[in-house]
Design a protein around this ligand. Structure first.
Ligand code: PMP
Length: 295
């Protein structure tokens, strides 16, 4: 992945992809003082670019640092990167971290760096798997108590247990893992939020110890626009036996149906399919009239 054509925006300049390197004594690497975003561009337009940049700035603040580029500058950098890379449907990965001046737990004065990479990226889960629904293992690790970790930050450190859980699930042949929280309540997958459907209503865990995803909020809005009730509440794992449908949401996952979570199984039903379509329509820029006429 480190040897490709193209460029990466790195601390204010575009550098060749292979040259976008940092020092091994970077605090971000040793002590996880780094925050990042995952964004997608559809048809050349970055979906909710401003919201992602605002979250990046907020994530850094939760970790006690300010990113030394304004939100406007970051938004402009992302656009320019897509143009220079000639990307239309792409994934964007901005990341900010503390540099290498001080090596130790404390790094008050270290330089804050920012890089933005972008590449062409297909669906997160294999397309044929998507329509039949993906299978999830139950994760061993649990989302921590908010008194244990600053969950409102999209911080690299919070992903340690996600990678461990996803690797274990993949070893067993699953696509991903469902994580409970420290209380034993259903929380989220390793990089996506979860929704359930029963009797025509949508149920989803209250995001009080995990990321309230931008896709999650988008899909809640789409469901409400269809007149479907969305209930945010505590969901216990045993309740999964009663739910008829299940899907994940996330920038990468988009709306992905789930067929199995541990011992529980779900159908890929109408509400899930409608929301997949609504989401696809919401993220794609509307074609101009002339293009429609031209077919
Ligand atoms: N939870 C976790 C742990 C994630 O990594 C992501 C992906 N950023 C999400 C939820 C979904 O967030 P979003 O919809 O903003 O991509």
């Amino acid at each position: 992945f480190d040897q490709r054509d193209g460029e990466i925006w790195f601390d204010g300049a575009f550098v060749p992809w292979a040259d976008a390197k940092l020092h091994v004594l970077s605090h971000g690497l040793h002590y996880a003082s780094s925050v990042f975003e995952g964004e997608r561009a559809y048809g050349g337009r970055i979906f909710k670019s401003g919201e992602h940049t605002a979250r990046l700035h907020a994530s850094a603040n939760v970790l006690g640092f300010d990113i030394p580029w304004s939100q406007a500058a970051i938004n402009a950098a992302k656009e320019e990167l897509l143009t220079r890379m000639n990307l239309v449907d792409a994934y964007l990965r901005p990341i900010a971290w503390r540099g290498s001046e001080m090596m130790g737990v404390s790094a008050q004065d270290n330089t804050i760096h920012l890089a933005i990479a972008a590449w062409e990226w297909p669906s997160y889960f294999k397309p044929e798997e998507r329509l039949k629904g993906i299978r999830l293992d139950m994760a061993t690790y649990r989302r921590p108590d908010p008194r244990t970790a600053p969950f409102k930050s999209k911080a690299a450190g919070l992903y340690m247990i996600c990678t461990l859980s996803k690797h274990e699930a993949e070893r067993k042949g699953y696509a991903d893992a469902m994580m409970l929280d420290w209380r034993g309540q259903v929380a989220e997958a390793t990089g996506a939020n979860v929704f359930f459907i029963k009797d025509g209503q949508i149920h989803t865990p209250t995001p009080d110890c995990f990321l309230d995803g931008i896709t999650r909020r988008t899909v809640i809005g789409l469901a409400k626009a269809r007149g479907i009730d969305v209930i945010e509440r505590v969901i216990m794992p045993e309740e999964m036996a009663e739910f008829e449908q299940c899907f994940l949401t996330g920038t990468a996952a988009e709306v992905t149906p789930v067929s199995e979570i541990g011992p529980y199984s779900f159908e890929v039903g109408d509400i899930t399919k409608s929301l997949m379509e609504d989401y696809d329509a919401a993220v794609r820029p509307k074609p101009a009239k002339a293009e429609v006429a031209a077919g």
